[in-house]
Ligand binder design. Structure first.
Ligand code: AMP
Ligand code: GLY
Length: 426
């Protein structure tokens, strides 16, 4: 037996990637972890490579043979075909290839895929012409949902309550290109009601293994008010999601998706994220969206529940041996709350000193996102909208929530804000 450990390169630099790194570090098989770019709080060797520097990442990974796996976490490099390019260069990579990641990078493709394979989703029409889209929204039921086809940092969705809002929305997306080229194609969708849940699964092409469910909080302010953000906190698992509805989702959504991608000639390997809308009585499920990766901030609540080795799970996904892998989850309850820069998701100050980190309880995890090291004082300073999150695990949600909120009070930076109601409905 050799005891040489494997080094890993993780692409991405947010709270999700910190949680992945934190979980990988628990593996006795893992050595050094590099970040592209990583961040100053997550305890990786920062390479200075951005997550979308595709050629730079391929070059770095292929010139460091001690790096045994490159984990591609964010949507952009997946959509740019980073995994295809790494594999072509002989680098072992975790994440779907571009053709499989299309489930996320084209909403129109995802909708057509669901229609083709009978996977339940909201009724929709797709448009490439703003005039035609407007004629259509004049006739459809309200509220109506408008979605830019491409990647738009999770912001390319408009829920329009009036006809005027819908007409304006078509112009915003298609004519004024508020979400850039993502809006060249528009999906107009029926509005669904119920509760939302995120379900993540390891998928190895043909087999899958579900993770515990989770719930994101997308709006900036308490009571689901304010602007849409990348996510202000999450908890896992979702108590409303019963074994019965899980069986329904496996049969009507997960299995046909995995099998459908094989039929499409684009088997999905990586983490597949099902954004689901479930009816209040748990009798109906619809897919709101697919993501071709771990969710952020769901991952920061879900991965602390993993009791087995994440690196082993990644290996099983790459090798197509998930059916033989033992992936174990705790039945504890997990919550994370994001601390954001005042003004986020619009403009905010950067470079503010973060104090009090050393006072936090050992029982909580702090996962860093928008942070840098101050070259003068050596302390961490803010450098993004979502700065960090505090996460805790306990036997019950009440205790986990108390731990998180008690510890948040110990961390300070100017203009810091966070939601006070993550998990309030539990
Ligand atoms: P998406 O990026 O597709 O997940 O959309 C972002 C958010 O918009 C979702 O998390 C939902 O809250 C909401 N949403 C998307 N599609 C629908 C729909 N058809 N009906 C109701 N809400 C929706
Ligand atoms: N939390 C939603 C996402 O990662 O897209």
């Amino acid at each position: 037996m050799t005891n040489v450990k494997d080094d890993i390169l993780v692409v991405g630099g947010g709270g999700r990637e910190h949680a992945i790194v934190w979980a990988l570090k628990k593996s006795p098989r893992v050595g050094k972890i590099y970040g592209a770019p990583g961040n100053a709080g997550m305890g990786v060797i920062e390479t200075g490579l951005s997550a979308t520097d595709i050629d730079g990442i391929v070059k770095f990974a292929s010139s460091h043979p001690e790096i045994k796996m490159t984990v591609v976490a964010p949507d952009d490099p997946l959509g740019m075909g980073l995994v295809d390019k790494l594999e072509a260069a002989g680098v072992r990579a975790f994440g779907p290839k571009k053709a499989a990641a299309r489930l996320e990078w084209s909403k129109a493709y995802a909708k057509d895929f669901m229609k083709k394979y009978g996977i339940p989703t909201a009724a929709y029409e797709t448009f490439t012409d703003a005039k035609e889209a407007k004629e259509y929204v004049k006739t459809c039921e309200l509220p109506v949902v408008l979605k830019a086809d491409g990647l738009a940092l999770g912001k390319g969705v408009l829920i329009c309550n009036t006809r005027d809002e819908a007409l304006q929305g078509v112009d915003d997306i298609m004519t004024d290109k508020k979400f850039g080229d993502a809006g060249s194609v528009l999906v107009v969708e029926q509005f669904l009601t119920g509760y939302e849940v995120s379900l993540l699964a390891f998928v190895d092409g043909k087999n899958y293994s579900l993770m515990p469910t989770s719930c994101d909080h997308k709006r900036a302010l308490d009571g689901d008010k304010g602007l849409n953000t990348g996510g202000m906190g999450a908890y896992s698992p979702c108590p409303k999601f019963t074994e019965g509805v899980k069986a329904l989702v496996e049969k009507s959504v997960v299995t046909p998706t995995v099998d459908g991608m094989i039929k499409e000639g684009a088997p999905f390997k990586g983490v597949l994220y099902f954004g689901l809308m479930v009816s209040a009585d748990n009798s109906k499920v619809n897919v709101l969206e697919y993501n071709a990766r771990f969710g952020d901030p769901e991952t920061q609540s879900v991965l602390p529940l993993l009791e087995s080795d994440l690196y082993d799970a990644f290996d099983a996904v790459i090798d197509g041996t998930l059916d033989k892998a033992e992936i174990k989850w705790s039945d504890k309850k997990s919550i994370n709350v994001v601390l954001a820069s005042g003004g986020y998701p619009l403009s905010y100050k950067k470079g503010l000193i973060i104090d009090g980190l050393e006072n936090t309880d050992e029982k909580v995890n702090v996962f860093f996102a928008g942070v840098k090291k101050c070259p003068d004082c050596g302390k961490l300073v803010t450098s993004g909208g979502r700065v960090l999150c505090v996460q805790a695990l306990a036997d019950d949600f009440g205790t986990a929530k108390r731990l998180v909120y008690d510890n948040i009070k110990k961390i300070t930076f100017e203009d810091c804000f966070y939601r006070k109601d993550i998990g309030a409905k539990l």
